[in-house]
Design a protein around this ligand. Structure first.
Ligand code: GGG
Length: 359
């Protein structure tokens, strides 16, 4: 029996609903297989915790997470606390504190889910977006002076380091190399941003020489949005800065049917720290508590987590169950269905157990 300890941080909005659902299917999967054991410790960090304690997580939070094999995260964001407080106080504190510098975002059209792009079918959109996750526009460098006065200045400085860009570029080339098409698109805005982004292009060129079997091309981020919509088949693996990839991956999720199905892995490739797995979507407080949040992103996220833990076969088994349920039309309203979070979750548990999915 292989045992894994998972720290679960459901946090805000629909986070608790989709993480509950994810834990239920993971337990069903472990029970059905009998060869893995998953132990979950729940952490109540997030906006409610912030309202009680003035911080999103305790000062020793990272130390408490360090001993886990992985972190299973929900979402941050609330109506009544500024987004930069919730984001920097929890999600970014963990990503940056554990140097999870590779944010990996697979997107494909699952069976039974329709893309808003006419005529685009499952195999036509199968991408992995690699988001630099430690620096760039999210460096945190900047500040405000003369607040409230006419001469007020606000600055956010995008910081690109050679170490940071080289390591994400190498990660992306290696990932592209592992996929059948061996094709990478490097996204920048190096016409307008003539320092850091030009360095990205130079580093891409240099790192590409280590991967002679990988074909690659370059795109400006604005043109990339057009290519994603008009020629989705022309893309495979994509690497971009922290901010650019954040925006592009929301678009990718929508083009694949809904941001409610898209997963994210915040990876420390050197495995010095636990990596963190979360649905791409945020807290969606407009639908929180209604029981209609799409749990598929958190299931796919769980499959990615299993893969990272060395349990790829179990992750694939979970995804096969998810795909069967989607194909049968048991889906939440965001992807055109009328099922609840609980109904989708039960159907996936049934599929894992080999029962009729409608039991
Ligand atoms: N589960 C992802 C999540 O909670 N995202 C919240 C968010 O606002 N993210 C912004 C970002 O990652 O840049």
């Amino acid at each position: 029996m292989r045992e894994y300890r998972i720290a679960a941080i459901p946090a805000d909005g629909i986070g608790p609903e989709v993480i509950d659902a994810g834990i239920a299917v993971l337990k069903a999967l472990a029970g059905q297989r009998g060869d893995i054991r998953l132990d979950f410790d729940l952490f109540d960090w997030g906006t409610d915790y912030y309202k009680r304690h003035g911080v999103m997580m305790p000062a020793d939070g990272l130390d408490r997470l360090r001993k886990f094999d992985a972190i299973y995260f929900g979402a941050v964001g609330a109506v009544d606390v500024p987004d930069h407080v919730t984001l920097w106080g929890l999600r970014l504190k963990i990503c940056q504190g554990f140097d999870q510098y590779a944010n990996v975002r697979p997107t494909r059209i699952l069976p039974g889910i329709a893309s808003p792009l006419g005529g685009v079918r499952a195999g036509d959109l199968d991408w992995v977006i690699v988001r630099e996750n430690s620096e760039g526009e999210y460096s945190g460098a900047g500040g405000r002076v003369h607040q409230g006065l006419p001469e007020e200045v606000g600055m956010d400085v995008a910081v690109f380091t050679r170490v940071g860009v080289e390591r994400i570029m190498r990660y992306a080339f290696r990932l592209a190399q592992s996929r059948p098409r061996k094709f990478l698109t490097v996204v920048t805005k190096s016409n307008a941003q003539r320092h850091g982004m030009v360095m990205w292009d130079e580093i891409a060129e240099k790192v590409s020489r280590e991967f002679p079997d990988v074909t690659w091309d370059k795109m400006l981020v604005d043109a990339m949005t057009v290519r994603m919509v008009l020629k989705p088949q022309s893309l495979d693996t994509i690497v971009a800065t922290n901010l650019h990839a954040d925006v592009l991956s929301d678009l990718a999720g929508a083009l694949a049917g809904s941001i409610g199905v898209a997963p994210t892995a915040n990876i420390d490739p050197e495995r010095r720290f636990p990596s963190m797995f979360e649905p791409i979507h945020g807290s969606a407080f407009d639908i929180a508590g209604k029981g209609i949040a799409n749990p598929v992103a958190s299931f796919w996220t769980a499959a990615e987590m299993l893969g990272h833990l060395g349990e790829r076969e179990a992750g694939d088994q979970l995804m096969r169950a998810v795909e069967r349920v989607c194909e049968a039309g048991i889906m939440t309203p965001d992807v055109g269905g009328n099922a609840t979070t609980r109904e989708v979750t039960e159907a996936v548990c049934n599929a894992i157990a080999g029962r009729n999915i409608l039991d």
